[in-house]
Write a protein that binds this ligand. Sequence first.
Ligand code: HEM
Ligand code: HEM
Length: 137
Amino acid sequence: MITVNTLDAFLLLHAGFMIIGFLSMVMGASAAMFMRRKAWWFRFHKGAGFFGTYCILAGVVASVSMIALSAGEHFRITHHYVGLITAAVGVCTLLLGIVQFKVKDQAARIRSIHRWSGRFTLLMAFVAVGSGLLIIL
Ligand code: HEM
Ligand code: HEM
């Protein structure tokens, strides 16, 4: 039988993964913006970007499971859509970050798109965390 506690656990997992993922992306992007003179900025940026994206994907799995277990309706309110867009642009940003080193003749263009999609990802993640907190507070 599904108890209220199981749903609470999924909510905790969802919020936890999302907040950690968001903070990780913020730290990674901050390294690219403010720590470029340090030798470690790129390794840190890449690691934090990967970790943040994985956390957000894990958070999406937790939220979809939570709503499925509660027999609720998927993709019903603004937060659900903001969250889905955040996860999608997060994955695109990660892929652009990787692809800029693979497609050498388009590197400058891809890098510029990556920079903007990275900033957009952070903005969307901020709105997703805010709108998520508003649901429970
Ligand atoms: C979803 C995860 C990621 C986010 C949110 C993100 C975000 C950003 C942002 C906002 C910038 C621009 C910083 C500025 O204003 O100067 C940037 C730059 C950069 N990112 Fe990422 N990034 C992510 C993952 C990655 C990955 C996985 C790689 C490489 C494998 C990568 C490689 C780079 C590089 C090389 C730059 C510097 C571009 C330049 O020369 O200006 N990023 N990233
Ligand atoms: C980057 C941040 C976040 C993303 C990407 C995100 C994404 C999502 C998605 C995609 C769903 C809908 C899943 C579905 O329809 O099957 C959802 C549901 C939900 N999220 Fe988030 N979320 C984020 C942060 C948060 C935070 C910080 C909270 C606060 C505790 C939260 C609370 C909730 C709740 C309560 C639901 C279920 C609402 C309902 O029952 O209809 N989310 N989230």
